[in-house]
Design a protein around this ligand. Structure first.
Ligand SMILES: O=c1ccn([C@@H]2O[C@H](COP(=O)(O)O)[C@@H](O)[C@H]2O)c(=O)[nH]1
Length: 97
């Protein structure tokens, strides 16, 4: 798969909701950067996102959208609650680094 990256501008979106497939794609493409969604509202595997989401150089991006932006949906302190949700996810991700 890495031979597709002849210009050094290829990355893959690989969800954390199917950790076995995420691991397999990482085996196939050890050097490509991954964007790994699915660790928030979709209940994906945070440990797999960290373990297999990072390329050989240690770089990877894990995304959560609804789990953060809607965390305080009906609360006047929605901004603080969203920030707390982001920090909780950060801390969970860091448990596996
Ligand atoms: O395989 C994929 C590809 C794209 N997505 C997108 O990522 C975000 C995830 O949002 P959450 O609210 O954290 O679930 C969303 O825009 C999806 O369309 C994906 O989830 N899986």
């Amino acid at each position: 798969m890495s031979e597709w990256d002849e210009h050094g501008n290829v990355g893959l979106v690989v969800g954390a909701t199917r950790p076995a497939e995420l691991e397999r794609v990482r085996e196939i493409a050890p050097d490509l950067p991954f964007l790994v969604p699915g660790v928030g509202a979709q209940g994906g595997d945070v440990e797999a996102a960290v373990e297999h989401g990072r390329a050989a150089d240690g770089v990877g991006v894990v995304n959560s959208t609804r789990g953060i932006i809607f965390a305080g949906e009906d609360d006047e302190n929605w901004d603080r609650i969203a920030g707390e949700a982001a920090k909780r996810l950060r801390d969970r991700l860091n448990e596996y680094r």
